[in-house]
Write a protein that binds this ligand. Sequence first.
Ligand code: TXA
Ligand code: MG
Length: 330
Amino acid sequence: MDRGMEFAVTRINQRCCNINEAIEILKEGNIVAIPTETVYGLAGAISSETAITRIFAIKNRPFFDPLIVHIADIGACRNLCAEWPKAAEVLANVFWPGPLTIVLKRNPAVNPLITAGLDSVAIRMPRHQVALDIIRGVGIPLAAPSANKFGRTSPSCAQHVIDEFWDDDLRVVDGGACEVGLESTVIGIGNFGVEIYRPGMITKEMIEHALNEKGISLGVKYQQSSASPGHLSSHYKPKKPLVLVTTKDINFNEYYLEEVKKTLNLSGSKYAELDLNKMPTIVARTLYASLRDYSESDCDFILGVIPSHYNTAASDAIVDRLRRAASIII
Ligand code: TXA
Ligand code: MG
């Protein structure tokens, strides 16, 4: 191994820490990146205002964008929300631990910095043993956004976090590649129905089915929410521009290449194409890693062509993220 390589490996090792070290860091009111089954999170104990402030600072995240609170047992919700509707009970029992975030009325005890001053709080129980062990070890729920700079692609392995925060003093617990690969489904529960603010791998159909099974007749619909400002368009941007083809039967030929080159002011028209043809769960798992890898390659732009069989609920989440990451949509 040459000296430069050796130095890089040492720096990467220095960036990692184990579960016990992470628990200590969090108990001291500092922040640490942790694995979850969706993406890596940048975690701080909800009791530490210093940690919460640092999360926003290190991410360059605006204070109007609220954080998700991560718990390890359902009982913790009692101290976080002011209401616990029957639908929340049902969905939590079916989908937790797992990639579903439920937005509920906030308990005034929750620091408004976490909820961006909203009267609601977003809660989720992750399905990654390391995350659960850390939350239990700290004994306090953890606020954690995805561990990336604001507006950028979420990290689906520890190396992504290290790359993203290379210049910052941040440790990460390496829990392997994320099993799901896309951020959790975010839902709100109102008197008249369930609203999906951010689609994810827990789909509309799965939520409807779970509610129906328990005789709860609430409708479920997609809803853009100003209360979910983190789900802005122009989010999840890779470093190289993404060109997304959503129109069916387009032949991405010379004409389109020239148009893309002109519109994006590129010096060349070499592209790397995302492989979107596998099952949505498989595509989701590696999507963010591909966006990052291609951004580091010598291509001028990344191409994504939505396959015509993409009409299932699970593919909605993938198309949603690609649309937000895209610089051009055809
Ligand atoms: O899978 C995930 O959800 C990952 C892992 C780390 O748990 N976390 C994550 O966090 O994606 P973040 O901060 O990148 O995205 C949280 C989303 C944002 O769109 C935010 O606006 C929304 O949840 N959100 C948080 N609190 C909310 C609230 N009270 N009402 C509506 N939306 C809320
Ligand atoms: Mg995020």
